[in-house]
Design a protein around this ligand. Structure first.
Ligand code: ADP
Ligand code: S3P
Ligand code: MG
Length: 182
């Protein structure tokens, strides 16, 4: 598989709670790739949590830093990258994501909600009605998530390992022509 991918990066996109960070680590192991999480890179560089960044400089500045980090990451190869759920909103980010293979983890809102019910680390969900917030964010974002190379639909009962395996099985079918011909 590593040979077929020719070292191109694999980017996981999808909503908060979709499992990008959890599954991304496993995909990296399967591919014998490095693993990066854009949120983790940002929090390490800033010395602050995502919540603190949103409070101190606001979402707009966070999005700028997120784009800058993605621009730097995409210069490397052999990485599986878990992105933040909103990374797909900026057009310039697609220029970076397109250097790699983009995988959308598509999880129903009800399941996202149950996974994140006790979570306090997602500032956008510190809302009176987190379920409605997730629903409206997903509605805005679906046209963008849909631009992924690979669409992985996830049902209620599927382990992260099973999802990672499905991604591995599906990758050959969506490899960009240039890479599959080499
Ligand atoms: N396939 C899965 N089955 C059950 N729980 C999961 C699964 N994938 C992720 N989770 C849990 O859901 C929460 C959010 O996962 P995370 O990987 O942080 O998502 P994301 O990075 O997409 O926001 C975590 O508590 C994680 O353990
Ligand atoms: O969907 C979003 O806009 C966000 C998702 C978060 O990452 P996860 O998708 O890993 O939760 C994080 O980047 C930030 O809280 C904003
Ligand atoms: Mg994450």
């Amino acid at each position: 598989m590593n040979d077929i991918l020719q070292g191109i990066n694999v980017y996981l996109i999808g909503m908060m709670g979709a499992g990008k960070t959890t599954v991304g680590r496993l995909v990296a192991q399967h591919l014998q790739y490095g693993f990066l999480d854009t949120d983790e890179v940002i929090t390490k560089a800033a010395g602050k949590s995502i919540n603190e960044i949103f409070v101190s400089v606001g979402e707009a500045e966070f999005r700028q830093v997120e784009s800058d980090i993605l621009g730097q990451i995409c210069a490397y190869t052999k990485l599986a990258i878990a992105t933040g759920g909103g990374i797909i909103m900026r057009r310039e980010n697609w220029g970076y994501l397109r250097h790699g293979l983009v995988v959308w983890l598509d999880v129903p809102v009800d399941l996202l909600c149950s996974r994140l019910a006790e979570d306090t680390t997602r500032p956008l969900l510190q809302d009176a009605n987190p379920q409605e917030k997730l629903r409206s964010l997903l509605e805005q974002r679906i046209p963008l998530y849909s631009q992924a190379d690979l669409h992985i639909t996830i049902s209620e009962d599927e382990t992260p390992e099973s999802i990672a395996q499905r991604i591995m099985d599906a990758i050959p079918s969506v490899l960009k022509q240039d890479n599959s011909q080499n």
